[in-house]
Design a protein around this ligand. Sequence first.
Ligand code: FE
Length: 338
Amino acid sequence: MKNCLVLITVLCLFSGTALADSEVNIYSARKENLIKPLLEQFTSETGIKVNLVAGKASALLKRLQVEGRNTPADLFLTADAGRLHVAKQAGLLQPVESKILSDAIPAHLRDKENQWFGLSRRARVIIYSKQRVKPDMLSTYEDLVNPKWKGKICIRSSGNIYNQSLLASMVAHQGKAAAQKWAAGVVANMARPPRGNDRAQVKAVAIGECDIAVVNSYYLGNMRTSSDQSERDAAAKVALFFPNQNDRGTHINISGAGITKYASNRGNARKLLEFMVDDKAQKWYADSNHEYPVKAGIEVSPVVKAWGYPFKEDNLDMGKLGRYNVTAVKIFDRVGWR
Ligand code: FE
């Protein structure tokens, strides 16, 4: 009887190991429907089961912190370099050396210490009313403080990480004082106190509440191809402008991921990261949400292509978006950007 129990225990241990070997657990701040088909493809190619917990980035970060060594998460997936930086600074990630990742992802789109990796690029652009604005009136982010835009700009709140990263990029390029002057100037030109998400800014331009807005380009792509007629109508009334084409280029951010410090399926997590930069995955990843691939030579979606591609991109090291995040948040507070 005793032997029998030992045998059962051993069998259980083995099956436990086998299970752990063939799975990977993700905490994802990206919407489930945006990555699910890709993860299913990964499972069918590798036999590795993917368990996905989707949630808000801040909540998932907190959860990783609270769980510590007991976390089931192997991979943390999120949109915005600022959040990946926060995860790294909090000691929640670990380095991974991979030639596949470093060959596929340009150096400025991944962490210098290999703790996080950009998986798609996004551009924060200017959207303008086709009716009321001529594209030659537009030029740079800096020009948004021009008095000609008084009462004409819509942009979301400063609590939003995309705006924090945009301002962080200005701190990196021009210093704190200039960035603060710029933020104050944008506040002075706002058509309304910030409210709503990026799509809401596009809609506000479409109904004439403002003439221009600053948004991530994929929102416009998703509105253009939306099943919701009102979103398609709004998107048809606006056009997209890439700022700063004659100097540093348009502000770029990333969605990306890092392996958690206490990952128990480290090898599988690494396989999944590598899978996400292969040509097929990059194409799908970019297509499905109208983003830009991180890997060179991958085509963008037809909607994205029509906006003009390639365009001049700001090649700022993404780590700086994280490094200057706190400065950016303080500036927003100081200038009263809600
Ligand atoms: Fe987004």
